[in-house]
Design a protein around this ligand. Structure first.
Ligand code: HEM
Length: 206
């Protein structure tokens, strides 16, 4: 077995990711506090939670712009291009590995290298999170910041309620993504090696 160290995470991705992770965590905590707080015993005082949530949402949008533009002007964007023919079978193979092969000591079906930074399951979930869920959260979040732009009725429902429903559903899915993402990040050369990659930029594989 030969050890390999590949430089996969450039500085800008590491900085974007660090801010993104911290800001998402703060948004989730303040969002949960706003949604479930008892006015008498709030987790975080309601007006304080709203202010933090709004400011963090604005910074998150600017940070997202860095990711979006970075993926256009650098070669990092190529890792996010889904190749549809055969995708579902590649995802199934990876899923089978994560649920069975891994525990039997089998080799990873799609080992990472400089051409393949993500395995198929990572690729699909990263594209879903970064190009579908986060944009939905951002667009609906901005609309909720300026509710006067929201039509009073959208389809069959109140515009405000529908936009809010999209916002919290996408936010719930990103929270779920984050839990699963952190668990999968522990599957590496050692449980901490993928986290180390996001600090020094180097992915370590066998
Ligand atoms: C505390 C929270 C988080 C931790 C500890 C964490 C950890 C990591 C680690 C170790 C990697 C590198 C390994 C890999 O590519 O799988 C990574 C990559 C990535 N993470 Fe996270 N993450 C967190 C939150 C998030 C959130 C909230 C998002 C998006 C909503 C996210 C999106 C991504 C993406 C897109 C990549 C690949 C970036 C690239 O190289 O282009 N992460 N994360």
């Amino acid at each position: 077995m030969t050890e390999e160290r590949i430089y996969l995470y450039p500085v800008w991705i590491r900085l974007w990711h660090l801010f993104n992770a911290i800001l998402c965590l703060i948004s989730i905590i303040t969002g949960i506090s706003m949604q479930f707080s008892n006015p008498k015993f709030p987790m975080i005082r309601f007006d304080v939670a709203v202010s933090i949530h709004n400011i963090v949402g604005i910074i998150l949008s600017v940070n997202y712009l860095l990711f979006f533009l970075g993926n256009i002007v650098t070669h990092n964007g190529k890792y996010y291009k889904l190749i549809f023919p055969g995708l579902s079978s590649r995802v199934k193979t990876q899923f089978r590995y994560y649920t069975r092969g891994l525990f039997k000591g089998e080799m990873a079906p799609y080992p990472l290298n400089s051409e393949r930074k993500f395995n198929p399951l990572q690729q699909v979930t990263y594209v879903g999170a970064m190009y579908i869920l986060i944009p939905i959260i951002m667009i609906t979040g901005w609309a909720l910041l300026y509710p006067e732009v929201i039509p009073s009725r959208l389809f069959w429902a109140s515009g405000l309620h529908l936009i809010d429903l999209f916002h919290i559903t996408a936010a719930f899915l990103v929270s779920l993504f984050m839990f699963i993402h952190i668990y999968f990040c522990t599957i590496g050369k050692s449980p901490l090696s993928n986290f180390k990659s996001m600090i020094d930029g180097y992915h370590e594989s066998h």
